[in-house]
Design a protein around this ligand. Structure first.
Ligand code: BGC
Length: 772
């Protein structure tokens, strides 16, 4: 049985296999950015075979058996730190293969492996090597019937150029023909591990909602910003060409504006074969866009164009609705930003010359990600990359897979170690534990957490962190990146960088201490708890005046300090007052950036300052969450002020309309507003705390979420000074209603007394009433 050849590495939970096949590279390959190539082999099968294909590549591959595409996964084998591991996929090819002679072709593209990554003049080509290659093995009834090796052939493809940022050019007049042989590469097959997450899939395609002509081009509006590509159907003369470029937004006068792509060409070109109706979509690239601009050269007719979103998490696992349409759209925008940025790794954005696995963005979004999609395997795969790229001194990379560590990088300094970013190594495993209830993720990441905390000690000064303000320097921090107050342009620092850095030091130390307790590392737990106290005490001395005002009197400092219990008791009430004043003085506008924003509303809710939370959340002016929705956003913007009130585009070269970070507010909607919170002493939704925050302006609220036990639903409505909160918990999930929060509590119509430890509700539906 084939399974004998699969071995699981228990510590890493990776599945490897022993290969008869070798990695082979087409000898016709012309190198990065040139015409793509393929390898081909043949095999024979007896009647009644059930052949399985094991396949992977250096670069991207698409396989065909007897001319038919294998599977429907996109951008395989996916993206990992290829120097550490490369995914392989497994396909049952019984339906494509036949008795007797068969042929397999593996088309190869540059992909993340060797197309240039990172911005402008710093672009790094050949990041993981300059040789693309394929490995494949077909196994039937336990015997290898086909394996890539020196007897394979190669040839050039109709893909005349492709790249992740570049897009793809395809000349259908060029047929894939055998013209060369292959070279066996030295690649160690132990690098190949079974894909650790689901492969990227196409979502339902979107038809244009509008189109108009500008000069010789037609612009199509698909009504939704996505990551993906277009699929076209054309008919025309051989040699005629369709060129498509993309944009996320239109300028103030309706002009097509994709300056924010920077050097990412992000375009497609298709040259017709002239052979009847032709249908085409690219295979080795994707772009982030809402609008497609089609220019036709020569005699051809565009019969159809659709937008094809792609994602590693195509299925939605949670929803939230209320009476304010803009809020519902904000949630939908977050879902779309997650889809578009969960393509193999969690990225900052899918459009410009970055699309990198920035750790800070992923850190703040991890909780929301788990509410909106089943993100467990996807994020665990990413955490393995984070750990692989962690530096010897414990610095966690700014992004992973990290091209700056690859040969040919022009970046100087070390792109690692920013607080708020590196803390992904504590925060993300913890969120995964809360949502999915598995301890092994904590165990797997714990050593890396300790290294990260040692690193933080090393850059601190007893233990306040005074971050370095230059990129690449040890101790540099992005601070509260893109804070809408003060100087939010590069280079910062944003205000209160030192405070936020030290706050994160405390947050990560606390989390690591809790995690140590969960996994039974008692001695480490005690050490970490003691360290946490040292940081807390120093924080109190450094950042609070005698009257309880914070040294940096800003929203981010108060929000993080309150949310993570760093406000000393003696200053609690006074600090609350200052926090309130800061927000009122800002006319309820947001003053927070990447790391303050996710904490702002949860902190206000925790303090019972719901009047403020409601005003800040529903504020429709800039900066505020709903401002972008009112301006027609269909995904979350990178900057609060990405488009001005008059339609002008702010900083066109440093702007993205699809950055999920600020969508992290959804976690607050689920956990605080709808009031369903995963509990750390019974994670994985074995128990949830039920504590809704009633915000009258939302009218009524409903949420659902598919957890590992099944569907959780919650809703509240208000009438006559009372709230009716209805929850449905699946079998295996209990609810806990906390004491001392609500008055006049009834459960299913009966008056209920909530004991100090809270009232446990069994699975099933319950109707809870309380006064508001
Ligand atoms: C990225 C981010 C990232 C940031 C670091 C940006 O260019 O798009 O989202 O976290 O740099 O500050």
């Amino acid at each position: 049985m084939e399974d004998v050849r699969l071995a699981s590495d228990a510590a890493e939970m990776l599945q490897r296999r022993s290969w008869d096949a070798k990695v082979i590279s087409p000898d016709v390959d012309e190198g990065v950015g040139r015409r793509a190539s393929f390898v081909a082999g043949s095999f024979t099968l007896p009647a009644g075979s059930r052949p399985m294909l094991y396949i992977s590549a250096q670069g991207l591959y698409r396989a065909f058996v007897n001319g038919k595409r294998v599977g429907n996964d996109c951008l395989t084998p996916g993206w990992t730190c290829y120097d550490n591991r490369i995914a392989f996929q497994t396909y049952d090819i019984s339906d494509l293969a036949q008795e007797g002679e068969n042929r397999i072709e593996i088309w190869l593209g540059d992909g993340w492996f060797r197309s240039p990554l990172m911005w402008r003049e710093y672009a790094i080509p050949n990041g993981w090597g300059d040789r693309i290659g394929a490995i494949a093995e077909i196994v039937d009834g336990g015997a290898t019937v086909c394996a890539t090796g020196p007897d394979w052939q190669s040839g050039l493809l109709p893909v005349t150029k492709s790249g992740i940022y570049y897009g793809e050019d395809y000349d259908a007049g060029l047929k894939p023909e055998i013209s060369g042989s292959v070279e066996v590469l030295e690649t160690d097959t132990a690098l190949f591990v079974a894909h650790e997450a689901e492969a990227v899939k196409e979502l339902d395609s979107l038809k244009p909602v509008g189109s108009w002509t500008v000069g010789d081009a037609v612009i199509y509006d698909f009504g939704q910003n996505v990551a993906g590509y277009t699929r076209i159907r054309v008919k025309g003369a051989a040699g005629a060409k369709v060129y498509i470029d993309f944009a996320e937004v239109l300028g103030p006068n309706g002009e097509f504006d994709n300056r924010n792509y920077r050097v990412a060409r992000a375009a497609l070109s298709y040259t017709l074969s002239g052979d009847g109706e032709e249908c085409w979509a690219p295979m080795f690239t994707f772009m982030g866009y809402r609008y497609a601009r089609v220019t036709i050269e020569g005699d051809t007719e565009l019969l159809d164009i659709v937008s094809v979103p792609i994602s590693s998490v195509p299925d939605v696992a949670g929803g939230f609705e209320c009476d304010v349409a803009a809020v519902n759209r904000l949630v939908l925008n977050t879902i779309w930003s997650q889809r578009g940025n969960f393509i193999e790794i969690p990225t900052d954005c899918p459009q410009r010359d970055e699309r990198l696995g920035w750790t800070g963005d992923a850190q703040v979004f991890a909780g929301t990600a788990c509410w909106l999609a089943d993100s467990e395997r996807f994020l665990r795969k990413y955490l393995r990359d984070v750990m692989h790229d962690q530096r010897d001194d414990g610095g966690v990379p700014h992004f992973t897979p990290d091209p700056t560590r690859r040969p040919g990088s022009k970046f100087t300094g070390d792109w690692a170690g920013s607080t708020g970013w590196g803390d992904v190594i504590t925060v993300m495993p913890w969120q995964l534990y809360l949502h999915y209830g598995r301890e092994d993720v904590l165990r797997e990441c714990f050593p890396a957490m300790l290294k990260w905390l040692d690193y933080l000690w090393s850059i601190s000064d007893g233990p306040i962190i005074h971050p370095h303000s230059s990129w690449g320097q040890k101790g540099f921090t992005f601070g509260d990146w893109l804070q809408p107050v003060g100087d939010n342009r590069k280079p910062r620092p944003t205000i209160a960088d030192d405070c936020a850095a030290t706050l994160y030091f405390a947050i990560s130390t606390d989390l690591a201490a809790k995690i140590a307790r969960v996994i039974g590392e008692t001695a480490e737990a005690e050490k970490l708890e003691a360290n946490a106290k040292v940081i807390r005490d120093a924080f109190a001395r450094e950042y609070f005046s005698a009257s309880g005002r914070m040294a940096h009197n800003d929203q981010t400092s108060y929000a993080l300090a309150f949310l993570y219990d760093l406000v000393p008791v003696e200053h609690f009430e006074a600090a609350k007052g200052y926090f309130r004043r800061v927000i009122v003085d800002a006319k309820h506008k947001i003053g927070t950036g990447f790391i303050g924003t996710p904490a702002l509303l949860p902190a206000l809710s925790k303090l019972g300052m719901n009047d403020l939370a409601e005003k800040v959340f529903l504020n429709r002016k800039v900066p505020g969450w709903l401002y972008q929705v009112d301006r027609g956003a269909t995904t979350i913007w990178e900057r609060w002020d990405a488009i001005g009130e008059d339609g002008t585009i702010y900083e066109p070269l440093m702007n993205s309309y699809n950055h999920y970070a600020y969508g992290a507010v959804c976690q607050w909607l689920f956990e605080n507003v709808a009031g369903v919170q995963p509990m750390e002493d019974a994670p994985g939704f074995d128990r949830v705390r039920l504590a809704p925050t009633v915000l009258p302006e939302l009218g009524k609220v409903t949420m659902w979420h598919d957890c590992r036990h099944g569907r959780v639903e919650a809703s509240w409505v208000l009438a006559n000074g009372r709230a009716t909160y209805r929850v449905t918990l699946p079998e295996g999930c209990e609810g806990v209603l906390p004491a001392d929060i609500y008055n006049g509590v009834t459960i299913d119509g009966e008056t209920a007394l909530v004991p100090p430890e809270g009232l446990t509700l069994s699975s099933g539906t319950h109707e809870i009433g309380f006064d508001i």
